[in-house]
Design a protein around this ligand. Structure first.
Ligand code: DOR
Ligand code: ZN
Length: 351
């Protein structure tokens, strides 16, 4: 049995308010705990989006009632809310800016819309960018121009990891995360994944992209799931929304990579605990740990998961390393497949 600190997932779509048929604060935090994740940072592209004081309160009220692990909620940058967000910064995980099109309404097409957010959002609080390819390069230029840190969500391309490497070497304050699906799947070998179930933003990369992410693992600061649940009916429809669930498969996939010599345990602790804590200014969780049976081999099946979405892109994958027990702030929160933490026992770490 191996003991790890509770993992932090800085990128989770909880879907509440507005789309609780996909997920809510209860099911998302159960999925987190069963995956060894004891703290999640929730994204703001809900319905309505979290973009002012009252929508932030709606999300935080739901979380307070239902969350079973610790959390914070991002606020979203819109075309006309840059003036009000600084007052909300201390209550939020940070500011999320959608610079490319994806699921939900939050998007800032025009670079003049990015400027007031970079100017006004307090420098001590993180800005996270959904940016792809050349938009990412523009986002890094903004970090340099405004001399403030930016965190690039879900990098997926060779050109992205190489550009971030170069920017870091120049001293620009940029950090980044990678998702398991961009490390373990590519767009050339998708046996078993039908069309709608391949849809994700950023899209899956080529084998060359994936190889480059692995090769430049030292450039990558965090692992993040981008847990983005949509139901199977939605994924298999004519107009499938992009996104994969990921909270319950993150740690088993990473542990399997450790078993195969592709990663070390230290990589997991660094990129899923230490670095996210530092980048997002998160508190330590006292008396919090995860017990993992590193020898247990099993198959991933959606039927065993706590997420409400009912599927996983890793269906049938054989993994080695199983979460047996999770202790959160001194209390057993998960043990042998059962959630023991009560709804509302999770704490808002920004309160
Ligand atoms: O695939 C994605 N799904 N990418 C995103 O950026 C949003 C997410 C979602 O909310 O479904
Ligand atoms: Zn996302």
């Amino acid at each position: 049995m191996i003991k790890l600190p509770g993992l932090i997932d800085p990128h989770v779509h909880v879907r509440e308010p507005g789309q609780t048929h996909k997920e809510d604060w209860d099911s998302a935090t159960q999925a987190a705990l069963s995956g060894g994740v004891t703290m999640i940072l929730a994204m703001p592209n809900t319905k309505p989006p979290i973009f002012d004081a009252s929508t932030l309160d709606i999300a935080l009220d739901a979380a307070k009632q239902k969350a079973r692990c610790d959390y914070a909620q991002f606020i979203g940058a819109g075309p006309d809310n840059a003036d009000i967000l600084p007052n909300l910064a201390s209550k939020a995980a940070g500011l999320k800016m959608y610079l490319d099109s994806t699921f939900g309404e939050l998007r800032l097409d025009d670079m003049t819309l990015w400027m007031p957010h970079f100017e006004k959002f307090p420098k001590g609080y993180p800005i996270v960018l959904h940016s792809e390819s050349r938009t990412m390069a523009a986002g890094i230029l903004f970090a340099a121009l405004y001399d403030r840190p930016v965190h690039i969500a879900h990098i997926s391309l060779k050109e992205e990891v190489l550009l971030i490497k170069a920017a870091k070497e120049k001293g620009i304050k940029v950090t980044c995360e990678v998702c398991p699906h961009h490390l373990f799947l590519n767009n050339e070998d998708l046996t078993g994944l039908t069309y709608g179930r391949r849809e994700v933003r950023p899209q899956l990369g080529t084998k060359e992209d994936v190889d480059s992410l692995w090769k430049n693992m030292d450039v990558i600061d965090c692992f993040a799931t981008d847990h983005a649940p949509h139901t199977l009916t939605e994924k298999d429809s004519d107009n499938p929304p992009p996104g994969f669930p990921g909270l319950e498969t993150l740690l088993p996939l990473l542990l399997t990579a450790v078993d195969q010599g592709q990663l070390t345990m230290d990589d997991i602790i660094q990129k899923s605990v230490i670095n996210p804590r530092e980048i997002f200014h998160l508190p330590e969780q006292p008396e919090t740990w995860v017990e993992v049976d590193e020898h247990a081999e099993y198959e991933i099946h959606a039927a065993d998961q706590f997420t409400r979405c009912g599927w996983t892109p890793f269906e049938g994958w054989k993994v080695k390393g199983k979460v047996r027990k999770v202790v959160l702030r001194g209390k057993t929160a998960f043990e042998d497949g059962k959630i023991l933490a009560e709804p509302g026992s999770g704490e808002n770490i920004r309160k």
